[in-house]
Write a protein that binds this ligand. Sequence first.
Ligand code: AMP
Ligand code: MG
Length: 400
Amino acid sequence: MVSVEEAERIILEHSKVYGAETLALDDCPGRVLAENIIADRDLPPFDRVTMDGIAIRYEGFRRGIRQFRIKATQAAGGQPIDIAGDDECIEIMTGAVLPPSTDTVVPYEEIDMAQGNATVKAGDVVARQNIHPRGKDKKQHEVLVPSGTLISPAVIAVASAVGKASLSVRKNPRTIIISTGDELVDIADVPATFQVRRSNNYALLAALKQYGVSADMLHLPDDAAIIGARLADCVRAYDVILLSGGVSMGKFDYVPDALEKLQVKKLFHKVRQRPGKPFWFGEHTNGALVFAFPGNPVSTFLCFHRYFVSWLKASRGITNRPPHAKLNTDFTFRAPLQYFLQVKLDIDPLGQLLATPVEGHGSGDFANLLATDAFLELPMEREEFKKGEVFPVWVFGRVM
Ligand code: AMP
Ligand code: MG
């Protein structure tokens, strides 16, 4: 049996990189960049007008000119049109190139237009106002997004702007989710009175999807020979195997033995925690990693979010620092185990996360996950936890 810290350390020591692949931009969000995104031009690429109005030469305004003859109208996307004298202007639109003969933009709100002239009403025109100068944000050849960055919508915006229709991203591990248990039938089946439908595997599939990882799925009966044979195939075909069930002390919990017979080295079995104590973790000689979670749905859920997500992030080069939340009520937990308390999260008026316990009915009560957003990680060495104390929180739901 290991502590939560030891389990985490062992798991993070086995973080891995699985090479790179090229994906269409559309498929990139949530993945990790495996190349630098570089500015193909300055950003912005030209002196960009930021208000609809007129472009003038400031020198004319400084000398007292207030009425400017409108020489032409220039739309965004049009060639720049120059003025010939300080008493001329170009009617100009947001997004247009500033004509080189002008240097200042006065918005429509500050001018009157009549008979082909624009008269400036405002007295406080400032030279170079309402211009987003070329190269102000980034310079050509500058690294805009470094390799290793998680691809967010903002990264997609930058990639599109510099002409990247596809990106090199880190490959995900080839992943399979395996459920075990003779009592479990599939979604579409009608369970007998002594059966239940399996749900952990679908929950894991959905949770993986949130992290941009897809997975195959397999169900195994509680049969040592079948488990051994199918797992033998899986450790060859996959980088990561997420199992649920069959790792406890039950007579039909065949998974740990089967794995060890297949040269999957046990790195730990059992963690001093509740829920999820029977968690088993190991590595095959070929590098395949096996996360074998206990089958109780809340246990599977906790182990996935506390350990697998940390592993995935570490493998992606992201340090997983959980946010902290303030306990909203006194709480007692007496077992010598690290308790992961299910909590509902809110944001208090000072912007701090507030954790309200919603305990539920043990690790089989997966309906309680609907009422909660996170697991609050309470320190093992204590039994009493006071309202107002702050602890790490492993979020799986929505906070806002
Ligand atoms: P086990 O860890 O195999 O002893 O299973 C513990 C409990 O979790 C049992 O009540 C199982 O029926 C339940 N369980 C195991 N796997 C799943 C699953 N994939 N979906 C829903 N419940 C499960
Ligand atoms: Mg079972």
